[in-house]
Design a protein around this ligand. Sequence first.
Ligand code: SF4
Ligand code: SF4
Length: 179
Amino acid sequence: MIEGRNCGTCTACCSFAPIRVETLRKPANTLCAHCAEGQGCTVYEVRPQVCRGFYCGWFFLPELGPAWHPERSGVVIRSESFDNDTITILVLRFSEFLVSEDFAGLVGAWIEAGISVEFERVGPEGHLPAKMRVNELLEAAVAARDLREMQTIFAWSLAHIDQSHTWERDETEFYSALA
Ligand code: SF4
Ligand code: SF4
């Protein structure tokens, strides 16, 4: 964990993720009932392991500068552990950051390092998120250092998820044994 970083007003990981564990169940893309505005998790000390184990890049990747904070960038970098070879870029909203050199530079560096990079979108409220691997689409543009082409592929990939995916409703009903 990187010292001095905090969530600010971001609540993305308490909203987008579906949770189905013994003590807590909530549908995807729906804010957890334990998440209070401006306060964060109201059951922090007893939150389940699935919440403790959410690996947010903002807290683990020193190469993410201030512009990458999820509430500024609209982007959450997540992974199962950051020790493995997959990074998921959850795009919450479209912002100038997605066309910045900062964003393209790091995505390109991950691809050149052989890391599997996925773009993910949240979809409608109460529906499961969707993602796609973008390495093969971006490899040539990254190798050519073609920023404009990379940005075109970013936009195409995100639009492709939004427009072609059949969003699956998450029927999970909220349940908590935590409070
Ligand atoms: S996505 Fe990251 S910054 Fe946002 S609430 Fe979760 S841990 Fe905090
Ligand atoms: S229990 Fe707390 S940390 Fe877990 S999803 Fe709910 S508000 Fe977020």
